[in-house]
Design a protein around this ligand. Structure first.
Ligand code: AMP
Length: 458
């Protein structure tokens, strides 16, 4: 199977050849012909499977084939809704690459950036609009985004948009898009709320699905160290100093945070490089090459930057910050423990991140041992049991583990017992029956270590 036999036009085939794509991925093989035929498609695929091209290539082709001569500024004919700014940038970049021999404009709008330049771009005329729901509503309200010419609507990572509370915004947007349209919905899972969305907003959707690419190696040890956010850097330096031989991939939350962390590690005598979405692909590749050649032992990355990079098998991945969505944990640790090799995944978890850790455990269907490190015990306990606040389960009136003892002061390293010892003990999965994400995907063979025991520092 190649891209030509999928029915794609020569201008797209040329762009794909330039990008070095030779063989379509399974989701592309399944989805492209359906989308080209004008069907609504419900796609079960997560990032890394090639889903962007799976909807993007036929979408571009349909726009070109159905092209009308432009009169006045063009209104978006395709709207792609995505959960995050990072994904908006990533999707738009991909579409620009695929459409380099076509005359179509791709514009992004997302929150956290000025409205002004986005309004200017919309005014200049847009063929394909990639937007996050919240910011799109802002533009609709002030009249800068008009959706009445939309022919193709894509809901990308719909499950994440629902997780992020975008359902009301999505419904408002959907009510302003013509009902006579093609709708494509991509989601990592076909959980009931996704099916409900499809039922409400799609016409006889054809279902295609591929297995998750990143399954978890059974040879990976997962560990989490509870620590206050402000002390994570010191703990990370301790761990990296103690384990001075291995190459390590460290994940951070923000571009800025990753840059700063790499600088701080450098100053602590730990050669580190940062890769993030603000750097060009070439700059990221350069940093990766330096890492691969051993010039830098530590690579600090955001989720977005690490995506699409061929990072070698590593013995150790450290989450300085937990990912905002549990699936990204799987992407991250997919960098270790490959091909039967031993791997280790260490997460530094602040009390605020307890709900994220619970989601990860639910996805892994496994406990992750919480091990307090002497001198780094957090000032608040981390609760991972089903009764913990925010776990979704009804709260029992249980006394707080660790009783009324005041929190330990930071800086008192290596002495005495940690406060809230009980709270650091074994983490339970807190599973809800039958509702876990990932359940349909055959994931979750991660191994938790028998929890509860305290680790020595480093
Ligand atoms: P996605 O799942 O859309 O985020 O794509 C994951 C990565 O795979 C991106 O870096 C794409 O550029 C790349 N990719 C997508 N389709 C192909 C293909 N058929 N051949 C090679 N790389 C691809």
């Amino acid at each position: 199977m190649n891209f030509e036999t999928l029915g794609l036009a020569p201008a797209l085939l040329r762009a794909l050849a330039d990008a070095g794509y030779t063989v379509p991925t399974p989701i592309q093989t399944q989805a492209v012909p359906l989308v080209l035929a004008g069907e609504d498609v419900l796609g079960g695929a997560q990032t890394g499977t090639g889903k962007t091209a799976a909807f993007g290539l036929p979408l571009l082709q349909r726009l070109v084939e159905g092209g009308k001569p432009a009169t006045g500024p063009r209104k978006p004919r395709a709207l792609i809704l995505v959960p995050t700014r990072e994904l908006a940038v990533q999707v738009a970049d991909s579409l620009r690459g695929y459409s380099k021999y076509l005359r179509l404009n791709v514009t992004t709008i997302f929150g956290g950036a000025g409205m002004g330049p986005q309004v200017d771009n919309l005014r200049r005329g847009v063929d394909i609009l990639v937007a996050t729901p919240g910011r799109l509503i802002d533009h609709m309200q002030q009249g800068s985004a008009k959706l009445d010419a939309v022919e193709i609507l894509v809901l990308d990572e719909a499950d994440r948009m629902l997780d992020m509370g975008f359902l009301p915004a999505m419904k408002r947007i959907l009510s302003r898009v013509p009902t006579e349209r093609q709708t494509l919905l991509f989601s990592a899972t076909f959980e009931p709320r996704i099916k409900q969305l499809a039922l409400e907003f799609m016409r006889d959707p054809k279902q295609v699905q591929v297995a998750a690419q990143n399954t978890i190696a059974a040879t990976i040890q997962h560990r989490a160290h509870p620590v206050d956010g402000a002390r994570k850097r010191d703990l990370l330096i301790d761990i990296l100093t103690a384990r001075h031989t291995e190459q390590v991939l460290v994940f951070g939350k923000t571009k800025h945070g990753c840059n700063r962390l790499a600088e701080q590690l450098e100053s602590a005598g730990l050669p580190a490089l940062a890769i993030h979405g603000n750097k060009s692909q070439a700059a990221r590749q350069k940093a990766l090459n330096a890492f691969k050649s051993g010039k830098a032992r530590i690579l600090v990355a955001t989720d977005v930057a690490a995506r699409g990079l061929d990072i070698p098998n590593l013995p150790l991945v450290i989450n300085h910050d937990l990912p905002m969505v549990a699936e990204d944990y799987i992407h991250r640790i997919g960098r270790t423990g490959r091909n039967g090799a031993q791997g280790e995944a260490i997460s530094l978890v602040s009390p605020d991140e307890a709900p994220l850790l619970r989601q990860i455990q639910r996805l892994l269907k496994s406990d992750i041992a919480l091990e307090a490190i002497d001198g780094f015990e957090p000032s608040r306990p981390i609760r991972l049991d089903a009764n913990a606040p925010g776990s979704g389960a009804p709260r029992a009136q249980a006394p707080r583990p660790g009783g009324q003892r005041p929190p330990r002061k930071p800086g008192n390293r290596g002495h005495g017992k940690p406060a809230d010892r009980g709270a650091h003990a074994h983490a339970h999965t807190g599973q809800k029956p039958g509702k876990e994400r990932g359940q349909e995907r055959g994931q979750g063979r991660g191994q938790g270590r028998p929890g509860g025991q305290r680790a020595t520092r480093g």
